[in-house]
Design a protein around this ligand. Structure first.
Ligand code: NAD
Length: 281
């Protein structure tokens, strides 16, 4: 048996189509304000792509550039200005921030109702309570991908590999809210394979290339690969892989998300959906 590969690009395109319809129907401007500090090349490219993606679905993207030498007060000042601007409904912060600036301290300044990345601790806390909130985008993406397989989450045994505040923990909480049986694991977990082998759903979010192998997966399980790792490929060139040994796990899993083309594009779609939710709330 070969796993069904969950097409993150197609799922993400379907989400975007629904957003276009919502924006048209609401007939109100939807805008995303992003703050980019310094000259990081990757962040610059990401922002350019984001501008194009937003334009394509009718979101007005405003990029606020701060100089490389910007300090905490400059960045915090900009966030506070955006917080109080009534025309601004959705804010995101490009990373990295200049060395020495505490990212979490900056993120916790973003007004929770405008925090479309879901990085303010208030939003992460609201996920626990099941209150209406802006949920971290990668966690939303992972759970949407699990749901797209049609698996019944209530009572399912889910093993989450990785327990960071912004990825692994919110995924665990969202699955708990769906009344799954959730096991959260981390780098100190003893005998990870015996846990993953017992799971109906495995979410790999550790940042370790090839961590999840065929012998760690139950036949027919849903396997979601959140990892993004740069490795040297067989041809000596750098390539991106996930945390799952894709080819061998594909032979045994029921559903498997690829890297690239899996959780990544869905994460972008969830940021756009959070933006539209925040703007039209
Ligand atoms: P992190 O470094 O903050 O956390 C990693 C977690 O994995 C920790 O809890 C750690 O204890 C655990 N871990 C590490 N090695 C392990 C092992 N051998 N066994 C079990 N657990 C182990 O990383 P993060 O920010 O949560 O990101 C995780 C991965 O997801 C990274 O590869 C990152 O690039 C990727 N990511 C992808 C997206 C996306 O859009 N697809 C978004 C965010 C992060």
């Amino acid at each position: 048996m070969s796993a069904v590969v969950i097409d993150g690009k197609a799922l993400s395109a379907a989400v975007r189509e629904r957003l276009v319809a919502r924006i048209k129907q609401a007939n109100r401007p939807v805008r995303l304000d992003a703050v980019l500090t310094g000259n990081d090349r990757a962040a610059g490219i990401y922002a350019e792509n984001q501008a194009k993606t937003c334009a394509a679905i009718g979101i007005d993207y405003r990029l606020h550039r701060l100089a490389d030498g910007a300090g905490y007060d400059d960045i915090a000042g900009r966030v506070l200005l955006l917080n109080t601007d009534e025309d601004v409904r959705a804010i995101m912060m490009h990373l990295p921030l200049p060395a020495g600036i505490d990212v979490e301290r900056v993120q916790s300044l973003i007004a929770p109702e405008k925090d479309v990345e879901g990085v303010n601790p208030a939003n992460i806390g609201n996920v626990v309570y099941g209150r209406r909130s802006l949920v971290p985008c990668t966690a939303l993406a992972a759970v949407e991908m699990i749901e797209s397989t049609g698996v019944t989450l209530r009572g399912a045994r889910c093993v989450i590999v990785g327990a960071s505040n912004i990825v692994g923990k919110p995924i665990a909480v969202l699955l708990m809210r769906a009344e799954a049986t959730v096991i959260s694991t981390n780098k100190f977990t003893v005998d990870l394979p015996s846990l993953t082998r017992s799971a109906d759903v495995v979410v790999a979010a550790a940042g370790v290339a090839g961590l999840i192998t065929r012998s760690m997966v139950k036949p027919g399980a849903v396997v979601i690969d959140v990892g993004i790792n740069r490795v040297v490929g067989p041809d000596g060139k750098s390539m991106t892989v996930g945390d799952v040994a894709h080819e061998e796990v594909r032979e045994i899993a029921g559903f498997l998300s690829p890297v690239p083309g899996g959780v990544g594009p869905m994460t972008v779609a969830m940021l756009l959906r959070n933006t539209v939710d925040a703007a039209l709330r």
